[in-house]
Design a protein. Structure first.
Lengths: 292, 273, 250
């Protein structure tokens, strides 16, 4: 039963009729995001993103492995998302549903295939060893728009993460502990994010960042993956009612505006966390000095 | 009033916290069970009332009842006589199969369990329709089906409170804790300054929206609130959304009666009702 | 000691009950959720007809779940299954689904002992069960103790300490003083286990049964606050918060 309970006819009709008057259930504008909050855990690459009542935690981790034979210069990068009943009672543990497959596919396309993470920089010694990067997505509260929330969390995590330093000495790979050498940030080439639109009324009404009930009532969705420079790296219209081509054009510029807004929030959160860490680091250093 | 008593599973209810009325039998509500105590230290009856959930002990001296109020977000468990808002999933020859809470088996609502329903006049409900119903029985054996009804089985009439199909309007999901408070607040007509169960939000909305035609509301103990403002004409949708937002805000944060009044004014202003 | 653990009830909105539990000494940060009573569709034939079935899923933070997680799920399921009153109204034939996510931790590598994390997992599931108002027969607390080669007992050992220890013990003790769970690993003798048991009683309940006369002595100094009080206070804080409208009016 990997399915949310269906909406009642009353809810479906009301949501549509309200949208026709330009009203959303939480009083938002059609192009307005829910409140976005980005926070960090103790570890590098531990990010919590709350988008309205949807919230998730992303953990980035690294490991030294052997590169694939056909790609000796590349380090592998995987995005792992498993939906458990923590996020919604409708998801049963250990069984993959359509939503999980769909979201994983989009994340793969927007972040991995657009080369947001420079995987060649993960190479330590050609064909022998490289860093493997893994992003684990834990959905802890689901209220719609999983794709955008997960995208924000993974991109923030990649920018926040620091891997241990490693060097090649006499053909041997030496990995330094986090306390031995300053850990190294990942090489991010650009910052793409996805913006998901839901369409209603035969494509005439389009809203972004839909919550769960709005998603259930919608006729189709359009996902646009775009970075700050306006390069569209992903565009999809998988299923549902047809949408006019002009919607893609007009919504791409809305998406660009939103991505800039979100990236701004991410940058701010990263900077304040970095400042906090530096302060804490300095405090500990001076404490160590005093102890000596 | 005594100080609040908070119990954890396996805590015994001290006898001085029980209603002292001895003429009527004591009613044990959810979260409490009667255990026989084998220790010799307790006085003669040899029984103790023991908690099986964590929460606040609540006593009702009028009904001679005692129960534990647990955390408000827990799942609804059907209890005989509760009013619920059920959603029709499919129908069979005799019954409508209805969803009371998601991810649980369907409850049964007999097709003739409506006021004045005969084989010819029974309502035709399709998938996704809503009904306001009373829990008739929860079955005796383990895992038995829950049965709903829209009439009083004794009289064959719909009771006060408008049981039956709900048409139009909108349903908002709230916690089961708030649903229980709303039920109490809307069933008692007493004019308390601070409302019943600390709630004034509905009264306040009622006063403020009276001018545009008022609204109809049905509260289901399963955490669903149905609201209809169809008398309000052009502002029907905005008024309904405003009511929903007020309910969610009250559910999410502890608002005092004064804050609830402020919330109502602010929300109605924002929604331009 | 790095300070007391922190916990909260119902931090999540979608699940029927939830908890977060963070133990600063070991760094484990666990989120727990409970959905109950729900239908477990695919395994209807495997359900006990008269009571509820407890399911547990442990999800590691940075790697896919494997044998270690399945093992610890088995321990949790066995113990929590005995605690849940699965015959109460609404529960027979239904599932109590517990999901635990390890959101922050010192890395328990694949192959390392899971026992160090077990008390945090137990406390997170316990609090989530309370939050979901699942009927329980009793409350409990748990602790992990490592015995070093010199015979010292370390409370809440780090992963490094645990690897170096000669034996590891996880004990869960009910609010009535019963020993609910005893998972041990490594070599030890009866006397060592007896000492571990006494220490666990002190940590969990703050009491030491002294001698045979049944008198109970309170010990509060060296172990800090007993864990039992910690669980109770976490629940009380949340009740005061959720029922402010009722308590303040009284």
């Amino acid at each position: 039963m990997n399915k949310e309970a269906p909406l009642s006819i009353a809810e479906r009709d009301f949501i549509l009729n309200a949208l026709r008057e330009g009203v959303r259930l939480d009083g938002r504008q059609p192009d307005e995001l829910r409140p976005l909050n980005v926070s960090f855990g103790d570890e590098y690459g531990h990010v919590k993103v709350q988008l309205g009542k949807t919230s998730l935690i992303v953990r980035i981790s690294s490991e030294v492995t052997k590169p694939r034979d056909d790609r000796p210069f590349d380090g592998p990068f995987t995005i792992a998302m498993e939906l458990t009943s923590m996020g919604s009672p409708a998801w049963s543990d250990g069984r993959q549903g359509d939503l999980e497959q769909y979201v994983t596919h989009v994340l793969d396309r927007v972040i991995r295939h657009s080369n947001a993470l420079d995987t060649e920089s993960l190479c330590i010694l050609k064909g022998v060893s490289c860093w493997s990067i893994r992003a684990d997505v834990h959905v802890i509260d689901y209220d719609g728009n999983l794709i955008d929330a997960a995208c924000i969390a993974i991109m923030t995590g990649l920018q926040h993460f620091r891997r241990p330093d490693a060097v090649v000495k006499d053909g041997q790979v030496v990995v330094y502990g986090l306390d031995e050498r300053e850990p190294v940030p990942l090489n991010i080439t650009h910052k793409p994010l996805s913006i998901t639109f839901q369409t209603f009324d035969e494509g005439k009404l389009v809203i972004l960042d839909a919550n769960r009930k709005e998603e259930q009532a919608s006729e189709g969705d359009v996902v646009i993956g775009i970075n700050n420079a306006g390069d569209v790296c992903f565009l999809s219209k998988f299923s549902g009612a047809p949408v006019d081509a002009i919607v893609f054009v007009s919504k791409s510029s809305v998406a660009l505006e939103k991505v800039k807004e979100i990236n701004g929030i991410i940058d701010k959160a990263l900077q304040s966390d970095l400042a906090k860490r530096t302060e804490k680091g300095l405090a500990e250093e001076s404490k160590a000095e005093n102890d000596r | 009033m005594t100080t609040p008593l908070i119990l954890l599973p396996s805590d015994n209810v001290p006898s001085d916290h029980l209603p002292s009325n001895t003429s009527a039998p004591l009613r044990l509500g959810p979260g409490l069970r009667l255990l026989s105590e084998q220790q010799s230290s307790t006085p003669s009856p040899g029984h103790v009332i023991n908690a099986s959930r964590a929460g606040l002990l609540s006593t009702d001296p009028k009904r001679n009842a005692v129960s534990i109020l647990s955390f408000p977000n827990h799942r609804y468990i059907p209890t005989t006589n509760d009013l619920v808002i059920a959603q029709v999933h499919h129908s069979s020859a005799e019954y409508f199969h209805c969803m009371v809470t998601p991810q649980t088996p369907h409850a049964l609502l007999a097709q003739l369990a409506f006021e004045g329903a005969t084989k010819k006049t029974r309502p035709v409900l399709k998938q996704g329709d809503l009904v306001y119903a009373r829990v008739l029985s929860i079955g005796v054996s383990a895992g038995a089906e829950v049965e709903l009804t829209c009439v009083n089985p004794a009289t064959g009439k719909a009771e006060q409170g408008g049981l039956g199909p709900l048409t139009g309007g909108m349903v908002f999901d709230v916690s089961t804790g708030l649903a229980a408070r709303l039920t109490r607040a809307s069933s008692s007509k007493a004019e308390y300054e601070d409302g019943v169960a600390g709630l004034v939000v509905l009264d306040e909305l009622g006063t403020k929206l009276e001018g545009i035609g008022g609204f109809e509301i049905a509260v289901g103990r399963n955490g669903k609130v149905w609201v209809d403002c169809s008398n309000a004409g052009d502002s029907a949708i905005r008024a309904t959304v405003a009511i929903g937002r007020c309910l969610h805000a009250v559910d999410e944060s502890n608002l005092s009666p004064a804050e609830q009044r402020k919330l109502v004014s602010r929300t109605l202003r924002e929604m331009e009702v | 000691m790095v300070g007391p653990a922190t916990a909260s009830l119902s931090p999540l909105t979608r699940s029927d009950g939830s908890s977060s539990y963070k133990c600063p000494a070991t760094g484990f940060n666990i989120l727990g959720s409970v959905n109950a009573p729900v239908e477990l569709p695919a395994r209807r034939d495997a359900l006990k007809p008269e009571e509820a079935t407890v399911e547990v899923l442990v999800k590691p933070g940075t790697y896919p779940a494997g044998v270690g997680e399945r093992y610890v799920e088995g321990i949790l399921k066995g113990m929590l299954g005995k605690l849940v009153l699965g015959r109460e109204k609404g529960y027979p034939r239904r599932g109590v689904v517990i999901t635990l996510a390890v959101v922050g931790s010192e890395d328990v590598g694949r192959g390392d002992s899971y026992l160090t994390m077990l008390p945090a997992l137990l406390h997170a599931s316990h609090l989530a069960l309370l939050s979901a108002a699942v009927p329980l027969s009793m409350t409990f607390t748990a602790t992990v103790l490592a015995v070093t080669s010199s015979g010292d007992i370390i409370r809440d050992p780090s992963v490094k300490d645990a690897t170096a220890a000669t034996s590891l013990h996880v004990l869960a003790i009910s609010s009535k003083g019963h020993l609910l769970l005893n998972e041990s690993q490594g070599a030890f003798d009866f006397d060592t286990w007896e000492r571990v048991h006494q220490r666990a009683l002190t940590i969990c309940r703050g009491v030491q049964p002294s001698g045979s006369d049944g008198n109970i002595a309170m010990v509060e100094d060296m172990e800090g606050r007993p864990l039992e009080g910690f669980i109770r206070e976490t629940v009380e804080d949340k009740v005061y918060h959720d029922y402010a409208w009722k308590i303040d009016a009284a």
